[in-house]
Design a protein around this ligand. Structure first.
Ligand SMILES: [Zn+2]
Length: 430
């Protein structure tokens, strides 16, 4: 752990460097990195061979939609936090509060999946059982027309956009580390049960697997594509075959108060396309309670087997207990996407670690789906360096995976207007 002095010192270093770069050299550099498209305001629909990774901005939780090279679709999380809880700290609802977050996610996904063969969500992966990833049950969550459950988050998405298969960390008994029985998870399980009767498949996410998520339509055409399941419930891929090891001690050796928390149990996965690699790992954390519970750092061991990558979604919304030194050293990502919607996202020292040339000398950029104004004020010395602070963040990887672009789409309405474009970036850095 670093103390506060170097953090401050590095922040000042960035500040001076930023001031220097703003003299015009920076504009030139920025210009050369931006792609001059014919119609810069229009987002080109997905085409066969492209890998598109959409980080959807709703201001209410996480959701990532991946359109794979043959049109297979994968969604990781569909969050919906209660807008009345902690309202002062939340981002504005995007596009607005006239619909629930899950409805906006479904509509966004339907627009972008229109170009794919099945126009549905082939696989939904739930990283873990928290409302900002799954959907929080509130007194205002309406009843589904499809079964005996309420609509929030993923169940709201499935109300209008078919989901063929769900992978989570708990199926079928939902009992690790103890019974998972909070109201939002019980509602989610009622949703699964009703949808299974309608043909949806549900499986447990298998750590270490490299074929549980695969291309469903034209896999033979895209042999360079693969999804590796990295971790689940503290089981982490070893890097050999599909072998895993367990981070957490046997539960019977721990007092109940020290059982693994929900966040370090998150599912993590890596998407690979030629040289391109992308990491997403829910709310994995590195906080060990000042070293007293070392097994609670699930983030570092997962990062070591996941990295280096070309791009990554930051763990736990860049909260203070995530994106540790080991993560930054191992990941070396050119692009970090911050799925943010709360004043605590990200922590100042998280940005400091990412930008620090001491931890990782390469160039790193951060784009947030929604940087809340309070966070922007507190962290302006570092948040000003972000490539983007608001909007849907889309990574578009070219056929074969050698290069990729980052496109930010306006989330103020459903026009999908391009706010900014960056790239191309080489998937494998020099
Ligand atoms: Zn979360």
């Amino acid at each position: 752990m670093r103390d506060t002095q170097p953090v401050y010192g590095e922040a000042m270093w960035h500040w001076n460097r930023r001031q220097f770069l703003s003299t015009g050299l920076f504009s030139l550099l920025a210009l050369t990195e931006r792609v001059g498209a014919v119609e810069p305001s229009r987002f080109e629909p997905w085409r066969a061979g492209w890998l598109d990774l959409h980080h959807i901005s709703t201001g209410r939780g996480n959701s990532m939609l991946a359109i794979l090279p043959d049109g297979t679709s994968l969604m990781v999380d569909a969050g919906a936090v209660d807008e009345t809880s902690d309202a002062r700290a939340l981002a504005p609802a995007r596009p607005d509060a006239s619909r629930r977050p899950g409805e906006w996610i479904a509509r966004y996904a339907a627009r972008h999946l229109a170009a794919t063969p099945a126009k549905q969500i082939d696989t939904f992966v739930l990283s873990h059982f928290h409302g900002d990833h799954m959907g929080q049950l509130t007194a205002r969550s309406p009843q589904s027309k499809l079964g005996n459950y309420k609509l929030t988050g993923v169940s709201d998405v499935a109300e209008t956009l078919p989901i063929r298969r769900v992978l989570d960390r708990g199926f079928p008994d939902y009992s690790y580390p103890g019974p998972i029985s909070d109201p939002s998870t019980l509602n989610y399980r009622s949703f699964l049960k009703a949808q299974q009767a309608r043909g949806m498949k549900v499986e447990r996410f298998r750590a270490g697997a490299s074929g549980q998520i695969s291309l469903m339509y034209e896999a033979a055409k895209h042999a360079a594509f693969r999804v590796r399941n990295l971790a689940s419930n503290g089981e982490v891929w070893t890097g050999e075959g599909e072998k895993t090891r367990s981070l957490f001690p046997p539960l019977e050796t721990l007092p109940r108060a020290q059982w693994p928390l929900e966040n370090p149990c998150s599912n993590a996965l890596r998407i690979e396309y030629g040289g391109f690699r992308y990491y997403i790992g829910g709310d994995l954390t590195w906080d060990t309670r000042f070293g007293s519970q070392p097994w609670m750092d699930a983030e570092s061991p997962v990062a070591k087997v996941a990295g280096p990558v070309s791009a990554a979604s930051l763990n736990h919304h860049g909260y203070y207990d995530s994106t540790g030194e080991s993560f930054v050293r191992a990941m070396q990502a050119r692009i970090y996407v911050l799925q943010s919607w709360h004043a605590s996202h990200p922590a100042f020292d998280v940005l400091d670690r990412i930008y620090s040339p001491v931890l990782e000398p390469g160039k790193h950029d951060v784009l947030a789906t929604d940087l809340v104004e309070a966070a922007e004020i507190v962290e302006s010395r570092l948040s000003d360096r972000m490539l983007s602070q608001q909007g849907h963040v889309v990574l578009r990887i070219e056929p074969g995976g050698e290069r990729f672009w980052v496109v930010v789409l306006d989330s103020a309405d459903e026009s999908d207007r391009v706010k900014a474009r960056f790239g191309p970036f080489n998937s494998v850095s020099e």
